[in-house]
Structures are given as C-alpha cells and as structure tokens.
Write a protein that binds this ligand. Structure first.
Ligand code: NAG
Ligand code: NAG
Ligand code: NAG
Length: 835
C-alpha cells in the first residue's frame, strides 16, 4: 500500500515525473542477499546525491572513474568535457569516411569558467538530471560560480553566472577576432589588448565563429591571445553558440537566444497500438520560442513540427535541424506481437518442424551460468522451443523444456557459485557479482556494460517458464523483477534503479557502454540484442499482467527498432535529405556494425565478415522482429552477403539468422538456402529456423517448405568403391575401407542431416573442418562436426556430404575416408548393406 501512496504522491507533486509508475520500489530480491561495490565508484561529481546513478547516458564520463573528466559526445551538437578548470565544449567540424566508418573527431573549441574558480576536483558537481539532460554547477566557497544546463539538441551552450567574473578560454588556437576586430598578432602578442562591451559578441578562433549572448545586460570582455575575461563580477546568463556556415545561421541564433532550456520532461500517451511520446523542455524565457535541434529520427516522427531553416549541424546521426517550441510530440506505432508468430506455421513445414523439435528437446542440455551473456542466449533459445511446441500442438514436449530451463535458472538462486548476481551499491544496479571489480568479466557487466542485452535474454526465458509454471513464477518473480527494473525502470520513484538505464531518449536508441574506461565514448554494437531486451520486457510485462508496463515496454521496443532502421540499416539508394549518412560509400555497406557517439561504421569489435556484421544486428530472430527487418534493408543485406552465403568457411550460425530474417522477403528462398545448415549458433536451432520461416507472411503464396531428402535410417555396413568395407575401432578410430567385414554404423536423423554412429564403439563419426585428417568415430555426442548428408544416387549408391565443410567424402589410396571432395563427381560412391 505504501508503495502506491508514495508513487502517486510523487506523480502529482512533480510534473517532471513520467506517467508510468515504478515496476517495484522494494529492496531488490537477490538470492543470498548478495551485494558488491564496483571498484570504480563515481567521483565527487555526485557529491550531493546517493545512488542509484545513471551509468549509460551520454554524460556519464563527467562522473566515472578514474578522473571524471572524459570527453563526452554531447550535449549534441556539442562535445564536452567537465574539467576542474571549467567546462570545455566544441562542435566537431572534421568528418571523414575511411571506407568503413564515418568519424567525427572529438573537438574542443572553448572553455567556459570564471576567474574565482578554485580549480579543484570537488568544485564542480551535478545538481540534477533527467532522462536526457544534466545540470552542472561550478562553485567557489564565496558563492561565486556558474551553473550550466547541458541539454541535448540545444544549439547554444548556456551558463548561468552568479557573482563571478566570466572567463572564456580558446581551446582551438588563439583568438583571431572579436566583433570583427583582430586580436593579437601572428606571434600571439596582444597589440593592443582589446575590450568590447555589449550584449552580443562574435568571436573567432581556429574552430570558426561563435556568438556570445548576455541575457543579463551589457557586459564587457577583454581579450588576450587565448582568453576573454569579464570586466566585473556578473550575475546572469551567457549563451554561446557555434555560428554555422549558412549565411543565415547568426540571424537565427540571434532571434531565439533569449529562451533557454534547463531540462526536459519525458512523457507518453497511448491510444490502442499508437504511442505519442512527448519531450517538454523547461524553458526560461518564452517556451514557444525555444529553438532546438532535431535529428533525422525526430523529423520522421514529429507531430506538427514548426521547422526553421538556416542553421544546421552535420553530426554522426546526420544533420541536426531546428524546430521551434518547447513541446515535441513524437508518434510511434507499437508492436502487437507477443509470444508467438501472429500466424500458424504453414502445413508444408509442420512435419519437419516437429521432427527437429523432437530431436532438440530430446537432446537438451542444462546451461550452467558462466556469465549472463552466453547463458542468457542459451536460456532464451531453449525457452523458445516451449513456445514452438505449443504453437505446433505438441504441448507434450513443453514439460521437458521447462525442466531444463528451471534447472538452469536454479544456478542463479543457489549459494556458493562463482558466477552469481549481486546488487551493486556504488552506482545502483544488479550485476554479475565477480564483474564488479573486473571489467573483463561478462563483457563488463559489472561496469554496467550490455545490461539490456544480457537481461533481455534472461527476462525472455523467465517469462516463458512463468507462462507455463505458475508455481515457479511465484517462487522467482521477485528476483526476475530485479532484472526488469535494472534495464527498464520507468520511474524515479524506484529508489534502487536509475530510469531506463540504457535508453538515450534524445538519440533514439540505447547505448551498451557503461562506466568502464572513464565512461568515455558511447557505443552499441548489436542493435538486434537491444531490441530483444525490450521484447523480453514485453513478455515479462505480459506475465505481470500490467498494461502500463506493457505499453512502456512496447514504447521502448518501438523506439529501439526505429533507431535500428534509422541509424543501423543503410539504404544504398536512399536519396533522402534526412539520411543520417550522406556518404554513398558508407551506405553501400548496407549495415552499420557499430553506432558510436563520434563515429559509425560497418565493423564489429570481433569479426570482419559481412555476414557477421549483418547477423549481429539481426539476432536473435524472434517473431516480433518482423517489425524490424524491413524489406529494402533485407534485400540490400542479401546482395551484400551473397558471396559469403555460399562460402563454406563462413559460419552457419551467421547464415542461419540471415536466412531467417530473409524469410520476410521470400520464405521459400530462405528455406531452400537453409537446407545445408548444420550449425545454428547460440540464439536459434533447426526447429526454430523452420518455425520462423513457416510463420512468415509469405506474400507470394505457395508452399514454404519442400520435403527434404532424408538420410537413410538404420544400421548399415559401408562398402567403398574399392570393394572393401569401412571399419574403425577404439585402437584406430579413423574410418578406413580395407576390411571384408565392416563395422556396424547406425545412420540416424539429426537436424540439418544425420549422424553416423559406430555402434561397436558407441562413437559418432566426426569430420575435420579442414579435412586434414580422415573421418573418425571419435565423439560421444553428435554436433555440427558430426552432421552428414547421405544422398542416394541414380545407381543406388550413396554419397556422403560432411556438413562441417560442405565437402564430399572420398577414399584415398590407403582406404582412408576424407571429406575433401568438391562435388558429387569427386565423391566416393558407397553401398550400404543393411545389418
Ligand atoms: C493509430 O495510428 C494510425 C496511423 O496514424 C491511425 O490510422 C489509427 O487510427 C491510430 N489508432 C488509434 C487507436 O489512435
Ligand atoms: C548448400 O546447398 C546448395 C544446394 O542445395 C548448394 O548450392 C550450396 O552451394 C550449398 N552451400 C554450401 C555453403 O555448400
Ligand atoms: C586397415 O587399416 C587399419 C588402419 O590403418 C589397420 O590398422 C588395419 O590393419 C588394416 N587392415 C587390413 C586388413 O589391412
């Protein structure tokens, strides 16, 4: 009861509070009460506050260890750095395309400070923040100082001085001129020293021209080679704005300079499956005349915007262009898909789905957590099998899936494990306990990297268990809820978690970077996993039965997908003035691998293949993602990766997810191309692939799946073309055709082909991916390397294709079986003799 009272009170007293209340406000329920403290706690920037703190937003570099002074990209169009000496800022004017990425080099143009600044580490601090902006105060014991409102989108930097002497320092070469009068000489000497008085100035250094406005009456500024110093202590507001190349930009800046934002309130309304998200800036001056810059995704979604021309900045997200007014309403369509695909699996596929599903359920293994990331992927992929079983009418298979999921999840609630969850007290959040002192564990989870990726998988799997096992949910609900709160707390009324940890509401997507590396540049590499985070939240909210949280989750999902389509998906032929990437050479790369705050490019931290770069933006494939994989982008990706899709050295795990996504364009083509997949990676499986293709829109109509050529099933002796039978033994496991009596080989179905077991040894035949050694009966379980296609020829003989390298088995002069035949013509033709 007290939780509701607390929430509603907060809502009514503060207009800034968002419309949806917290998921929970109680102390997070962590097994064994585990707590840890991050080894890099925030510095004195947060001296007036207690956790929870934001860990992932654009400005965390102001607060993160070791020095709380990283260069941060923001508040856009500016980049900035909160130093002891003052706040530095600049607009990046160097944009390069290096063939892979567009890069806007970080750049500082000016530092704003005051003469009385004690220049100590504790003499600046946050005084408040909201979902987009932060307010920073520089202060001296005397009371002198200034406050700056760092609000993304503002074309002006704003400094509210109190009884302080203005000190502006050029950070980009010497000052060249002020109000058109030359300052100094080429040697840097001031001749003569220059003082100017007024309420507006233009000042030029190597960065170009900035306009300086005083909203506090006339001031005088005295120039040296590198500084502008106020003539007296000043109380009032100074605004400083980069004058752009457009001839009109200074007139636009002049016109709106009197109205400044101090922060912004995020709100949203829902009507059926539509959301209207609003940004309402708090303005000093006339709110209706706030000048604020928009990015491309804003312009696609703004309702009745009042655009202004004549001032623009090219940033890593494309051109920022002005809009007038302090309220932006942005319209988004919300997803309606929940657990399963919104249409039944096509009958042409169901038999194959069920065959694969039965095999996969029979071969499930319990994923033991060694981290959150890989564990989460396995947990979600396993959970999807329960939903597929449900959708194909095989509810009898669900309990076996749940048993494995519950055993796997139980590792998190057991005590004494080296991999464990803990509440982290320095910043406030749930982390991988061991990672709190080591950013190399679990991709930096303990330093707040990748939380949405990791916990989206967790929420997804847990929601699936809960859907079928109410008792399990009752026992685990509180713990699971901690992960939802960690990545998607909607409200400042939750005292344990920051609001929507990863989402940058102004940038239009999430960031994966936390507090490691001084909280410097922001990054998000796998947009597919970010989208999946909010899908997991949708399923979790569905279990909660809380329609508000469901709408919140759907908004988080819709804005992330919009970010994917705007900033990750590239459209080579786009001739849109609002494309974020005017460079045709970048757009030809079809997909961004990494969106960072000062660069974006077609690369990943770990792999350079085109299919890897594309697939990590696609996975995990889920039913809801039909709203993310747009046709134009899929066609571009398909062409871009076509060479790799037929290259046996490119991993099947990437091909599998590309084929699944391509099902939106042509499920028939995707099916045909997927038939020689033998590895599915951590996020999918054969049953899942087939189910996904079977449930696509299939605009062209017709059957999606065709009957495969199944391997022969049963126990056989294998006779080689040399007339000898194939044998192997524990002493010599390699397969060799030199015997008159063959070993008994059991041929059986497995997804993507079949396995071959030497029954005498109980060992599966395995193939070397490089064909450097012969086939050998040497594996206790059959996985990708043990997957073969055995295809009958017109004359009744069989060829054997090794899935691992897509090469046919040959017999060499010693009788050894080797998977090195390029085609059927090169393949050995075997006879199978039933045993
Ligand atoms: C949702 O938005 C669509 C497109 O703008 C519109 O046609 C539809 O009427 C809206 N639905 C509701 C319930 O507002
Ligand atoms: C997969 O099989 C098809 C024929 O079904 C073939 O054209 C293609 O080259 C194969 N892919 C690989 C990578 O071997
Ligand atoms: C067949 O080859 C295996 C492995 O080289 C060898 O151990 C065995 O003696 C050979 N058998 C015959 C009959 O040559």
């Amino acid at each position: 009861m007290s939780f509701f009272l607390c929430f509603w009170a907060a809502y009514y007293v503060s207009l800034a509070a968002a419309a949806i209340g917290p998921i929970d406000t109680s102390k997070p329920s962590i097994p064994n009460g585990a707590t840890v403290a991050n080894a890099a706690p925030p510095g004195p920037f947060f001296q007036d506050f207690k956790p929870p703190f934001p860990t992932t937003g654009w400005w965390v570099g102001y607060a993160a260890a070791p020095s709380q002074n990283s260069v941060v990209a923001g508040p856009f169009p500016y980049m900035s750095q909160a130093l002891d000496t003052g706040i530095q800022f600049g607009v990046s004017t160097t944009r390069t395309f290096d063939g892979t990425s567009i890069i806007q080099t970080t750049q500082m143009d000016w530092q704003a400070s005051y003469v009385q600044n004690p220049n100590t580490h504790t003499s600046h601090k946050a005084t408040g923040w909201d979902t987009q902006s932060v307010t920073v105060k520089y202060f001296a014991a005397s009371g002198a100082g200034f406050t700056t409102y760092l609000v993304p989108g503002s074309p002006y930097m704003t400094f509210n001085y109190n009884a302080a002497t203005i000190l502006l320092t050029s950070e980009n070469g010497n000052i060249i001129s002020i109000n058109g009068q030359t300052v100094g000489t080429s040697s840097g000497a001031i001749s003569p020293s220059l003082s100017v008085t007024g309420t507006k100035f233009t000042v030029t250094n190597s960065a170009g021209t900035y306009a300086v406005y005083s909203l506090g009456g006339s001031i005088s500024l005295t120039a040296t080679a590198t500084t502008l110093t106020g003539g007296a202590t000043f109380t009032g507001v100074i605004r400083i704005a980069k004058v752009t190349a457009e001839s009109t930009s200074q007139a636009v800046l002049d016109q709106y300079s009197a109205n400044y934002p101090t922060g912004v309130a995020l709100d949203y309304t829902f009507a059926g499956d539509n959301a209207t998200m609003s940004f309402t800036w708090n303005v000093v001056g006339n709110p209706a005349n706030l000048l604020h810059l928009s990015w491309p995704h804003h312009r696609f979604h703004l309702v009745n915007p009042a655009f202004v021309t004549g001032l623009s900045h090219l940033t890593t997200k494309g051109y920022m262009k002005p809009v007038v007014g302090n309220v932006w309403k942005l319209a988004y369509a919300l997803p309606t898909i929940t657990w399963q695909a919104p249409r039944a699996p096509q009958a042409s596929c169901t038999q194959q789905i069920i065959q694969a599903l039965e095999y996969e359920v029979a071969h499930l293994t319990v994923a033991v957590p060694g981290d959150f990331y890989y564990w989460g992927k396995a947990f979600q992929a396993t959970a999807r099998l329960a939903l597929i079983a449900d959708h194909v009418g095989r509810q009898d298979l669900i309990p076996a899936v749940l048993t494995v999921l519950e055993q796997s999840f139980a590792y998190w609630t057991a005590s004494g494990k080296t991999t464990y969850a803990a509440y982290e007290t320095a910043w406030g959040g749930v982390v991988d306990g061991a990672g709190a002192t080591d950013p190399n564990i679990d991709f930096g989870n303990g330093y707040y990297n990748d939380h949405h990726f990791h916990y989206g998988y967790m929420l997804h799997g847990a929601a699936v268990i809960a859907k079928y096992d109410a008792a399990w949910w009752t026992a685990n609900k509180a713990f699971v809820t901690a992960f939802a709160r960690d990545i998607a707390n909607p409200s400042t009324a939750d005292p344990y978690f920051t609001v929507a940890r990863c989402k940058d509401w102004f940038a239009g997507h999430s960031w994966a970077s936390g507090i490691a590396n001084g909280g410097g540049s922001r990054d998000q590499e796998s947009i597919g996993e970010a989208v999946n985070a909010y899908y997991g939240l949708i399923l979790f909210s569905n279990i909660l039965g809380n329609a508000d949280i469901t709408n919140w989750a759907r908004l988080l999902w819709a804005t992330e997908v919009d970010g994917a389509q705007t900033y990750w998906h590239l459209y080579p032929n786009a001739n849109d003035p609002d494309t974020p990437y005017p460079e045709a050479g970048l757009r030809a790369l079809t997909t961004i691998g990494n969106v960072m705050d000062y660069q974006a490019g077609a690369w990943t931290f770990w792999g350079a293949q085109r299919s890897e770069i594309a697939a990590i933006q696609i996975l995990p494939v889920t039913p809801i993602n039909e709203g993310m994989y747009d046709t134009a982008w899929l066609n571009g990706v398909w062409n871009y990766v076509s060479g790799e899709l037929v290259d046996p050295t490119v991993g099947d795990e990437w091909k599998a997810v590309i084929y699944m996504a391509y099902g939106e364009v042509s499920p028939q083509t995707a099916f045909a191309r997927s038939t020689n997949i033998t590895g599915w990676g951590g996020t999918t499986s054969q049953a899942y692939l087939l189910y996904h293709l079977a449930t696509r829109k299939n605009a062209a109509g017709g059957n999606i799946c065709t009957a495969g050529t199944a391997n022969p099933a049963g126990t056989f002796a294998i006779r080689a073309p040399n007339g000898k039978f194939v044998i192997s033994s524990n002493a010599t496991p390699n397969l060799v055709a030199n015997a008159s009596v063959g070993s008994p080989f059991l041929f059986a179905y497995m997804p993507g082909g079949g396995s071959i077991l030497n029954k005498a040894m109980s060992q599966f035949v395995t193939a070397d991916p490089n064909a450097a050694v012969p086939l050998a009966a040497a594996r206790a379980v059959a996985q990708a390397y043990e997957n073969f296609k055995v295809v009958q020829q017109a004359d009744g003989t069989y060829v054997i294709l090794a899935g691992v390298n897509a090469q046919y088995v040959t017999v060499d002069s010693t009788g050894a079986l080797v998977n090195n035949g390029a085609n059927v013509a090169a393949a050995a033709k075997f006879s199978l003799v039933a045993q």
